[in-house]
Design a protein around this ligand. Structure first.
Ligand code: GLV
Length: 332
């Protein structure tokens, strides 16, 4: 009996054993193209015919481009499963996949600790205004001249979490250790047990009463620019904004304006609207602590994510099921 075929989009860097296990029960096909136009031609030429499942990384977007209707319709009809290695799957048009009977999975919870850790680092860095003195030190100017204004302690501050999924809930536990009190807004209110007792507030109340606002929600058409000028206007003066989700949940130009006017006291960002491009206003602003999308950048977490995504492929080819289907397709 022939083995099921699996399409590999992006390298396996850590979970080599798990991948070899999969490769022993499936035939792995890799594209030879290095850009979207060639990839589509390769697909239409039949190179991927018969593949049942595909594994993809966030960075494979540099070869395929976004997984949208055009791309999905160029893929063979045999493809039924798409396993994304990552928690955020905004590069994938889930509706287009549903239309073509492709079931999408991601790697929730594998990313929670590392992302919440980076989030906490950015909260502390932004509150304490560490960035300007880190820049000054490397310029031979010690703390900076004049010295920077004093920072703020997390103790006693209100942390507002927008999006109380796995990362938000993990962050809540960590922030409480630093003495912050946590409130959140989510599409649906969580059970007391799941929220860990964090106060559920309306979106407007979250904006108006948080000292630090942390964005931990997925990017989709409803959340794009969920934070823009009208929302900044509702916030406390000097609010701290932290984003480890996706750049486009904030209107970056509006954030730059709010930083420049002083409405936003400081920011901690790991993600940007047009990565790897960063708004020059953010680069120029020393009150913005910036990381180049490193939320899950650890050996342990990258390994966990690969193992998880491979498990989704394995379940797909062995039993036609998924460990973690995306919520939009839960009933599929
Ligand atoms: O950005 C990282 C992820 O979505 O897993």
């Amino acid at each position: 009996m022939s083995k099921p075929k699996v399409l590999l989009l992006g390298p396996i860097e850590h979970a080599h054993m798990e991948w070899s296990d999969l490769a022993s029960i499936a035939d792995v096909i890799e594209p030879t193209s290095t850009n979207r136009a060639d990839f589509i031609k390769e697909a239409q030429g039949g190179a991927f015919d018969g593949v049942v499942a595909a594994y993809r990384t966030f960075l494979s977007v540099s070869v395929t481009g976004l997984i949208d209707e055009e791309l999905v319709s160029s893929l063979p009809k045999s493809l039924k499963f798409l396993s994304h290695n990552g928690a955020g799957y905004d590069q994938i048009d889930v509706n287009a996949c549903t239309k073509h009977d492709i079931r999408v999975s991601n790697t929730p919870s594998a990313v929670d600790d590392a992302t919440a850790d980076a989030n906490m680092f950015l909260i502390l860095g932004a509150l304490r205004n560490f960035n300007s003195s880190m820049v000054a030190l490397r310029a031979g100017d010690w703390k900076g001249n004049p010295n920077p204004p004093l920072g703020h302690d997390p103790q006693g501050k209100v942390l507002g979490i927008l999006g109380m999924g796995g990362i938000g809930r993990n962050l809540k536990i960590k922030a409480e250790v630093f003495g912050m009190s946590v409130q959140y807004y989510n599409r649906t209110q969580l059970s007391e047990e799941l929220s860990g007792g964090a106060k559920y507030v309306s979106f407007d109340e979250l904006l108006a009463t948080s000292d630090v606002l942390s964005l931990n929600l997925p990017l989709n058409k409803n959340t794009r620019h969920i934070i823009s000028t009208p929302e900044f206007e509702k916030m406390k003066d000097g609010v701290v904004i932290v984003n480890t989700a996706r750049g486009a949940v904030i209107d970056e130009a509006a954030l730059v304006e709010a930083l420049n006017s002083g409405k936003v006291g400081s920011a901690g960002l790991d993600v940007y609207e047009e990565e790897p491009k960063i708004h020059p206003g953010l680069v120029a602003c020393e009150r913005a602590m910036l990381l180049p999308h490193m939320g899950t950048w650890t050996v342990e977490t990258q390994t966990k994510m690969e193992v998880w995504a491979i498990e989704n492929v394995k379940m797909a080819v062995q039993s036609g099921t998924l460990k973690s289907p995306v919520w939009e397709q839960k009933g599929m």
